[in-house]
Design a protein around this ligand. Structure first.
Ligand code: IMP
Ligand code: MG
Length: 176
């Protein structure tokens, strides 16, 4: 069982304002490609694209999964979708929803670096700094949050709440 916070942790106006600032700094770097991580990164990536609107920007997706149906990570990260991806010589922005233990982002970045890009930078919408297990910092961060499980804006709890347009907090209540 779970319960959802009564108010959003991060509201839509706060997200929209931060998106504009982020888009401005990202645009200045002239990336060739946004490489977005499914499923959680889809809404953030779409909003970033809308705020950047560059004719030459390529958009690609890979998939990473580490969570089961609960709020604790399983630790093993499965990454797929690299087949046929051409990032050779390109400046790539790797995008994900949230940086938690850091395992997912650091594994994805390592795998991508082996494919010969000119440069890889990373961008996450949320950063739970207090949960890091591997040494990893993103180049662009939307918001830094406390160690709470959050949903909405692409992020899920057991595949629920992804379509909520703002960020909410979820607590597991263990059958109560
Ligand atoms: P990491 O490998 O521990 O950094 O975990 C990153 C992945 O775990 C993210 O891409 C999310 O899919 C998922 N995740 C971590 N924290 C949360 C959360 O609070 N809500 C929803 N998903 C989360
Ligand atoms: Mg994810």
């Amino acid at each position: 069982m779970y319960s959802l916070s009564e108010e959003p942790l991060i509201t839509r106006p706060q997200i929209d304002e931060r998106l504009k600032e982020l888009a401005e700094s990202i645009k200045a770097e002239n990336f060739d490609m946004f490489l977005s991580t499914l499923t959680g990164g889809f809404m953030f990536t779409a909003d970033l694209c809308r705020n950047i609107a560059s004719s030459k920007l390529e958009i690609e997706f890979i998939r990473a999964s580490s969570y089961g149906d609960r709020t604790e990570t399983s630790g093993d990260v499965e990454i797929s979708g690299f087949e046929g991806l051409n990032i050779q010589g390109k400046k790539v922005l790797l995008i994900d929803d949230i940086l938690d233990t850091g395992n997912t982002m650091s594994k994805m970045k390592k795998t991508l670096l082996a494919l010969g890009p000119r440069e890889i930078k990373t961008c996450v919408f949320l950063d739970k700094k207090g949960r890091r297990e591997v040494d990893f910092e993103a180049d662009f961060v939307g918001f830094t949050i406390e160690n709470e499980f959050v949903v909405g804006y692409g992020l899920d709890y057991a595949n629920m709440f992804r379509s909520y347009p703002e960020i909410w907090t979820v607590r597991e209540t263990d059958g109560k």
